[in-house]
Design a protein around this ligand. Structure first.
Ligand SMILES: [Zn+2]
Length: 55
C-alpha cells in the first residue's frame, strides 16, 4: 500500500506518494529543508504519513 504525505505548511502544494515509507520520509525531509529552510519533527512526519488505498 503506498504512502502519501502532504506538506502542512500554508500555501504549500507539495505532495509525495511512494510505495516506500522510507522514500517518503527522505523526500519530505529534503523538501522541508530546501523549500522551507527548516526541518520537520519526527512526530509531525509520522503524523502526516497516510496510507493510500488503491482504487
Ligand atoms: Zn512544503
Amino acid at each position: 500500500m503506498p504512502y502519501q504525505f502532504s506538506c502542512s505548511t500554508e500555501s504549500c502544494q507539495f505532495m509525495i506518494r511512494s510505495s516506500s515509507a522510507d522514500e517518503v520520509r527522505r523526500l519530505v525531509r529534503a523538501h522541508v529543508r530546501m523549500t522551507h529552510g527548516g526541518r520537520i519533527d519526527h512526530a509531525d512526519l509520522e503524523r502526516g504519513m497516510e496510507r493510500v488505498k488503491l482504487a
